[in-house]
Design a protein around this ligand. Structure first.
Ligand code: ATP
Ligand code: MG
Length: 414
């Protein structure tokens, strides 16, 4: 089954709105074992939309369309679909009832444009929209399926999940698809590829390995297709185990969760707490930790000791230490971590201090020099990193490196 996603809207073509709908849909379709072969964005122009629909009909089995279903004049998708299928709009009573209900429950008057939202092409099956007023639409023509959904991401997702996914599953054959992630950190993509080359080479044709790199992290994804779900899962599992064993300590997760979630889960499970003392990251590490729901059970707080006098006043980093070794030094971060841990009464503390750039580098400590320390009850470990010249990336890399160091410490709890 080949799928295609058409996103409609002038705003997408001028860069005002980023097309997240097709990315989301592609992920969901992939889960169902449906390959997305094309993604097209087209403006609010009837002729252009019809051209795109005609192309899609030739080359794809399932065509998703998002956008342009609203009540305003610029929303022309319904009318265009009518012309494309050679049909006309008719009123759908159930949808009208639903819209009337929504407006009366909110005590709002209904405009004609709202009533028009219950008008749908005669040849479609309406898809109930529990999140808004515009229904989705399902068309079938010459063995091809067309599914039109609203542009508002939340509405699009709601209709897909409640009305489309199950129907699609029933339409497609009984091919199973199984994905397995392996997330690695602090190992480059090419180095990783070399390390697992022979395992990759012996993968059977129905199991594919993808490298999905992002800053500091390379996610490996095994994707398998087959008819026997149990066998498929077992087969993927055995390759997963082999890969994890080979890659070793750089593997931090078999899920798609970010590293701070993985660490949070361990802290929670082991009943341990953490705090931060940040200089060059300005609170970014604490922010990433607290983005994870439930982090209050292990994260107590942090100090952003950006200025040297704050390091001295709040974290007892001696003026002499700063004079002798500098604020970007092993000595400084180790004191920061130890003092933060005492201050917040936590099991662990993360501290960092570095030259984020673009200015402030010296020959001895060029931009990108970052010291990180992790303090625990009995140990203090610290490490220096040489990142690059880009401030934002240095900040992100520092957070990742700190999480990775903490992960190393937490491993010793086992
Ligand atoms: P409405 O009923 O709100 O008019 P609609 O179906 O007509 O919905 P559009 O008017 O095309 O949809 O888009 C509404 C809003 O949804 C846009 O302003 C934009 O913020 C968002 N949107 C539309 N298409 C996309 C897309 N492909 N990806 C992400 N957001 C989108
Ligand atoms: Mg609209």
């Amino acid at each position: 089954m080949k799928a295609e996603i058409i996103t409609i809207g002038d705003e997408l073509l001028i860069g005002q709105v980023i097309d997240t709908n097709s990315a989301w849909l592609a992920i969901e379709l992939n889960k169902l074992g449906i390959d997305v072969k094309y993604k097209i964005s087209v403006g609010d122009d009837e002729l252009e939309i019809i051209n795109v629909l005609a192309d899609a009909q030739k080359r794809s089995d399932i065509v998703f369309i998002t956008g342009g279903l609203g009540p305003t004049k610029d929303d022309i998708t319904k009318k265009t679909l009518c012309n494309f299928f050679g049909t006309k709009l008719i009123q759908h009573q159930e949808t009208l009832n639903l819209i009337t209900q929504i407006f009366s429950s909110r005590n709002l008057p209904m405009l004609e444009s709202n009533i028009n939202q219950s008008m749908i092409p005669a040849n479609c099956l309406p898809l109930l929209n529990k999140a808004g007023t515009a229904p989705g639409m399902w068309f079938e023509k010459d063995q091809k399926i067309f599914i039109s959904l609203p542009g508002v991401p939340f509405e699009m997702k709601t209709i897909f999940e409640s009305e489309v996914a199950e129907k699609l599953k029933n339409k497609i054959s009984n091919t199973f698809i199984h994905h397995q992630s392996i997330q690695t950190i602090s190992i480059g993509e090419s180095f990783l590829a070399k390390k697992i080359e022979d395992i990759e080479d012996k993968l059977p044709p129905h199991i594919k390995l993808a490298y999905l790199p992002s800053l500091g992290i390379v996610k490996l994804r095994l994707s398998a297709k087959g008819n026997n779900k149990e066998n498929l899962v077992a087969e993927v599992d055995s390759y997963k185990t082999e890969l994890i064993k080979r890659i070793g300590k750089n593997v931090f997760s078999e899920s798609d969760d970010p590293i701070e979630k993985i660490i949070g889960d361990i802290l929670k499970e082991k009943n341990k707490t953490i705090c931060t003392a940040e200089s060059c990251t300005g609170g970014y590490i604490a922010h990433r930790i607290t983005l994870i729901p439930g982090s209050s059970s292990y994260f107590k707080g942090g100090i952003v000791s950006y200025a040297n006098e704050v390091k001295t006043q709040e974290l007892k980093v001696g003026k002499d230490t700063i004079e002798k070794f500098g604020a970007v030094s092993k000595e400084c971060v180790e004191i920061m971590a130890c003092e933060a841990r005492k201050k917040f009464k936590t099991d662990y503390a993360i501290a960092c201090s570095g030259v984020a750039g673009p200015d402030g580098g010296t020959t001895a400590k060029p931009v990108g020099t970052i010291w990180i320390a992790i303090a625990s009850q009995n140990t203090i470990s610290s490490k220096v990193f040489a990142f690059g010249n880009i401030r934002e990336i240095n900040i992100q890399r520092t957070a990742l490196a700190a999480f990775d160091m903490l992960r190393g410490e937490l491993k010793q709890l086992n």
